[in-house]
Design a protein. Sequence first.
Length: 194
Amino acid sequence: MQPRRSNPERAEATRTALLQAARRLFIEKGYAETSTPEIVVAAQVTRGALYHHFADKRDLFRAVLEREAKAVADEIEKVAAPDKRPREALVAGSLAYLDAMSVPGRTRLLLIDGPAVLGSMGIASIDEAHAARSLSEGLEAVLGPEPNAFSIQAMTTLLSAAFDRAALAIEAGADPAEFKAAMICLVERVVASA
């Protein structure tokens, strides 16, 4: 006989089932073609359970993206450990971003469907809390808070765009090694004066 789970444990299990089912369906079918009835069937929960945890399909989608973005940031932070020199950590984090984005479906969720559904400001707020935050912190650790030629914020935005384009190219079949080398070259040139 299995031990009884507490209400918070059951709620977390339901939420996790919804997020996992939704992620799978959003990747397979895309956001627009995925219905909430399909999600609840795949998660083996009731429609009421869905709306208990999430306001609507868009809210569930945002939660899926938050989880994906957090997973990317966790991978970056794992390799950009505090015991590394800042420049070394920045390079390691750069490679970790591209590796983390190679998880099947992640590029579609974060870089294609995410901006289409949540808009550029919605997806930017998720990115700023996760991968862009890590990049900004890494740049500041190498360059200091106020570099002479540009702001950390501006460079973070530009490098983030380059990283995203590299992830999209790799997803489309480009050689990952080639894009990783190019990104490291770009990052190294940005921090060359430090």
